[in-house]
Write a protein that binds this ligand. Structure first.
Ligand code: UD1
Length: 425
């Protein structure tokens, strides 16, 4: 049973009657991105990998489906997933599956490591930018693979992967994880310089170590991997989702409420928390997470979305929605993806005063927002319109909810528990 709950249909709409400050407690799910990496890691061993706290969202269902397509036995029970990839049925990821999910390209590293061959069409996913794959492919080449485009797919082959020292042109998150997956089974030592340092990458390292890999430097920009002949099974719990946590913190701040986010880890959210403090919001530790309250006023701030530990690009759009309620002109400079600004038109339709110049967004506030019909154009643009809807007067009707469902498990029930008036039509 690979279908996950919460995978909405294109016709579904989220209806929010805004203007109520959120109050109460919300617990976040396991990290969507980290769970996708962990699921793909299941292909690296013939033994069972048991994962806990896998969020029940459409993307993890797609990834589980992809593993099954490749011959793994996958069992899902709530947020527990058991993968057993004893024998793989082939090295080619099916195009239909890959079109739905960018992270599906992550099967390349494990397939290459285990079978000496991997093939995958260019993956789909959010239209937030060009999203090239050169970092992944250069990494495989550095490990001795031959990489080519054959028909509709990228194909990598290597009789034996050999460890190497490599520099990533950009600290791509998926690129780092894919190369890491290939390197753990390579012969000898691999050093990845300019690796992504996101907590989800650090978690992938921890999982691989639990499976018998030898990795030094997890959480930093240089990873050193001593290849091993095979990995073994493991049982592992996914880290909480820092982006979901950040979104709920921002919902609390934006609505002028008082919200405790259980599972929010300060050490993963320093860049957000420091900006919220600068804006005048109160954010403090509470048992099991972080609590936020708006201070006397919310003031405009300036920030740049950059790789970790900088401000997360995935929190750019929700932060922009919250900043419509801050006094003064806020500026967000997006430096990771060139097409992250899809949310701007939707917030404008709700009354926000936002202008863009290149990759910078200027938000003048505070502005009253008004409910209207808007679209969730990608997962985080969707979160931005949800936050705006929670602040807005009247009814906000959000179309294309499938995008939001890709990143936020049980969104309506969690928001309702905080006192929001949200329903799905
Ligand atoms: C992952 C996350 C996404 C998050 C992003 C940045 C998943 C499934 N997605 O996406 O939620 O927003 O990290 O934190 O985990 N780039 C290259 N060459 C490459 C690959 C990427 O130049 O081979 C560039 C991209 O154009 C972009 C930047 O690197 O400008 C960031 O992309 P990357 O870190 O690869 O993001 P993803 O791993 O796709």
């Amino acid at each position: 049973m690979l279908d996950r709950v919460n995978a909405g249909t294109a016709a579904e709409r989220l209806v929010i009657r805004g203007g109520r400050p959120l109050h109460g407690r919300v617990a976040v799910s396991g990290s969507k991105n980290a769970a996708l990496y962990a699921l793909a890691a299941g292909l690296l061993t013939a033994e069972p990998l048991v994962l806990h706290r896998v969020p029940a969202i459409a993307d993890t269902g797609e990834m589980a489906g992809l593993l099954a397509d490749l011959g793994a036995a996958v069992e899902i029970s709530g947020t527990d997933v058991r993968i057993e990839a004893r024998a793989l049925s082939g090295a080619m990821a099916p195009a239909e599956r890959v079109a739905a999910l960018r992270a599906s390209f992550l099967v390349m590293g494990p397939l290459l490591g285990r079978l000496g061959e991997a093939a995958c069409p260019p993956p789909g996913g959010d239209v937030i930018g060009v999203r090239p794959l050169d970092v992944h492919l250069a990494g495989f080449r550095a490990l001795g693979a031959e990489v080519a485009r054959e028909g509709g797919a990228f194909v990598a082959r290597a009789l034996r992967l050999r460890g190497a020292r490599m520099f990533l042109d950009y600290p791509s998150v998926l690129g780092t994880v894919n190369v890491l997956f290939a390197a753990v089974l390579a012969e000898g030592t691999t050093t990845i310089v300019n690796a992504a340092a996101e907590p989800e990458v650090a978690m992938a390292c921890a999982l691989l170590e639990a499976m018998g890999a030898r990795i030094a430097g997890a959480g930093g920009n240089t990873l050193t991997i001593e290849g091993v002949p095979a990995l073994h099974g493991a049982e592992f719990t996914i880290i909480p989702d820092r982006i979901e946590a950040g979104t709920y913190l921002l919902a609390g701040v934006a609505t002028g409420g008082d919200v405790e986010v259980l599972g929010a880890e300060l050490e993963h959210l320093d860049s957000l928390v420091s900006k919220l403090h600068e804006a005048g919001a109160i954010v403090e530790a509470c048992e099991g997470g972080l609590r936020t309250r708006r201070g006397d006023t919310l003031e405009a701030v300036q920030l740049q979305a950059v790789p970790y530990p900088g401000f997360a690009t995935d929190l750019h759009a929700p932060m922009a929605a919250a900043l419509t309620q801050a006094r003064g002109v806020s500026i967000i400079h997006e430096r990771v993806f060139e097409n992250r600004l899809l949310y701007v038109g939707e917030l404008r339709a709700m009354g926000a005063r936002i202008t863009t110049g290149g990759q910078a967004v200027m938000i003048e506030g505070p502005t009253p927002l008004y409910g209207t019909g808007v679209r969730a154009l990608d997962v985080r643009a969707g979160a931005a319109v949800v936050l705006a809807g929670l602040c807005a007067e009247g009814e906000t009707v959000i179309r294309d909810v499938v995008h939001i469902d890709r990143g936020y498990a049980e969104l309506e029930s969690r928001l309702r528990a905080l006192g929001a008036d949200v329903s799905r039509a």
